[in-house]
Design a protein around this ligand. Structure first.
Ligand code: NAG
Length: 517
């Protein structure tokens, strides 16, 4: 037996987490492309990368972040371009921007398209792309990566969950009568105005991104460097499968194709023991419990406007609970019941019984972790899909949803007190958590299975929906409707003629008399 094969088998046998899957036939080479990604996008990729690497596959990742994995089978390549650095963006400022921060993409994405393939490490990887068995692309924001997938089987990971634009590309056009668009969650069932608004949002966002403001600019830069390459959106259409960071338990039940696999909350894992200091701080809070406060990895604590920071400090001072606040930077006048730290083991904290509520920006991963570890939420969304997640928290009874601009000390105190004292929130999260965990195999195993499936099935053409081949005219049957209309018109005029002829026969030749006059 060859050493490489042996390594694969040993790796497959020694790790228990993926015990349901049979050992892989051989070690695959997998290239993951997430050159334009936030930290949270990368956090969605890491569990798949590690699970695949654990099974003995070689995983190469092209990212815009410093190396983070110590796994011997994961090789990270950082392109180092400065155009998209979340650390440089103040997310609170984007709240004043009417486009919600979309503008940074108009400049950043074409610049990355222009410069990325000039970076030697990226060019080398590009030249070797056909050595890989499969490419995995971060669907959101990463059209710049599509030159890689030309003539190589590829799948995507929809890090932000279901994106109706992507679903349409796969041939599954989600019905705007009941599926909300990417950014706004509308009440269900939708009124006629909501459906009109939803339809317009679905269409306009897609056209804005794909056909007007963003992709055409990227395309121009790419065409200048790869004149022979098919258009990026045609390359995208050749995707074999999309792994969606969603689950119907924690969003909505919508029709999916076999090529759309829900693997949401894949990064959630059972708790590890907390560091001693944190453990004793949390248990030391006694029956009052602990509030955990974190705005995630993108909005840094010190970017929070000072008036909000002070509101929180004053509100916390009034509460009997202890507070753990993930905050980067120095804070003055911190009350005794508040602990500040710039890095905290979030999942292990959320899993602790004495942690009663999670104050969150409502990022998708934080939402998933809170549900998985059964902690009610106070959502304070900042940008992007977070307001949508905030409304989900409120409408599903998992906690409260507040708006930054309307914050007062009393609102904070009352919302937190209500969530902690009324058991219904915890019960609702518990029910949802039980639903999320009630799966045949874990989402991570599912992701690994389908990734290997596409390689084993050489791009898995059997997964493709015939709908993906249709034009809009064919898909909406506009041509058939036109034919039906024509047939009706012909029928109408024929009948009219016949009726006239008959009436002329019955009522004499009035018509012919008139003609003579
Ligand atoms: C489309 O995908 C198939 C299978 O994944 C691959 O073999 C083929 O080369 C791709 N075509 C293009 C034009 O990239």
């Amino acid at each position: 037996m060859k050493v490489a094969t042996l390594c694969v088998l040993v790796a497959a046998l020694t790790q228990g987490a993926l015990g349901v899957l049979s050992p892989p036939e051989r070690s695959y080479k997998i290239l993951m492309l997430l050159p334009v990604s936030s930290k949270s996008h990368r956090n969605v990729f890491m569990p798949i990368a590690e699970a695949l690497a654990d099974r003995g596959h070689k995983v190469v990742m092209l990212t815009n972040h410093p190396k983070s994995s110590k796994h011997p089978n994961i090789f990270e390549v950082t392109h180092g371009l400065p155009h998209f650095r979340e650390d440089n963006v103040n997310m609170f400022d984007s709240r004043k921007d009417p486009t919600g921060g979309l503008n940074i993409f108009v400049t950043a994405l074409p610049a990355i398209a222009r410069d990325m393939y000039k970076v030697k490490a990226v060019k080398d990887l590009y030249d070797k792309r056909k050595d890989f068995d499969l490419i995995v692309v971060n669907h959101m924001f990463n059209e710049v990566a599509y030159p890689f997938v030309h003539e190589v089987p590829f799948i995507t990971v929809a890090t932000s969950g279901m994106d109706p634009r992507q679903s349409a590309v796969l041939g599954n056009v989600l019905n705007p009568a009941y599926v909300s668009n990417l950014l706004t969650e509308l009440p269900s069932p939708m009124s006629v105005w909501h459906r009109l608004q939803n339809l317009l949002m679905h269409v306009s966002f897609s056209v804005y991104w794909r056909n007007w403001a963003i992709v055409p600019l990227i395309q121009k830069e790419i065409s200048a460097q790869f004149p022979e390459l098919p258009p990026l959106l045609d390359l995208e259409r050749n995707m074999s499968l999309a792994l969606l960071n969603s689950h119907f338990t924690i969003s909505k039940s919508v029709p999916l194709l076999p090529s759309q696999v829900e693997v949401g909350a894949m990064h959630c894992r059972p708790a590890n023991p907390l560091p001693q200091e944190l453990e004793s701080w949390i248990t030391g809070a006694g029956a009052e419990g602990v509030i955990y406060f974190s705005l995630g990895s993108v909005a840094r604590g010190n970017s929070m406007p000072v008036q909000y920071r002070n509101l929180f400090l004053q509100a916390f001072r009034r509460l009997p609970q202890r507070v753990i606040w993930k905050y980067e930077g120095e804070l003055e006048d911190v009350p005794d019941n508040v602990m500040i730290n710039k890095w905290l083991p979030q999942q292990d904290i959320l899993a602790h019984d004495n942690v009663k509520v999670f104050i969150t920006h409502g990022g998708l991963l934080s939402l998933q972790e809170s549900i998985y570890h059964v902690t009610p939420l106070l959502a304070l969304p900042i940008f992007g899909d977070q307001p949508k997640n905030g409304r989900f928290v409120r409408d599903s009874g998992l906690g409260h949803f507040l708006v930054w601009e309307e914050l007062t000390e009393d609102l904070i105190v009352n919302a937190l007190t209500d969530i902690i004292s009324d058991p219904k929130y915890k019960e609702n999260v518990m029910k949802m958590s039980a639903g999320l965990r009630d799966q045949l195999i874990s989402p991570k195993e599912l992701a690994v299975f389908w990734t290997e499936y596409v390689i084993r099935q050489r791009g898995a053409p059997q997964l493709r929906s015939p709908a993906a081949q249709l034009s809009w005219v064919e898909f909406l049957m506009l041509d058939v409707l036109l034919l039906l209309h024509l047939a009706l018109l012909v029928l109408y005029f024929t009948l009219r003629r016949v009726l006239r002829a008959i009436s002329a026969k019955i009522f004499g030749s009035e018509g012919s008399k008139q003609k003579k006059e």
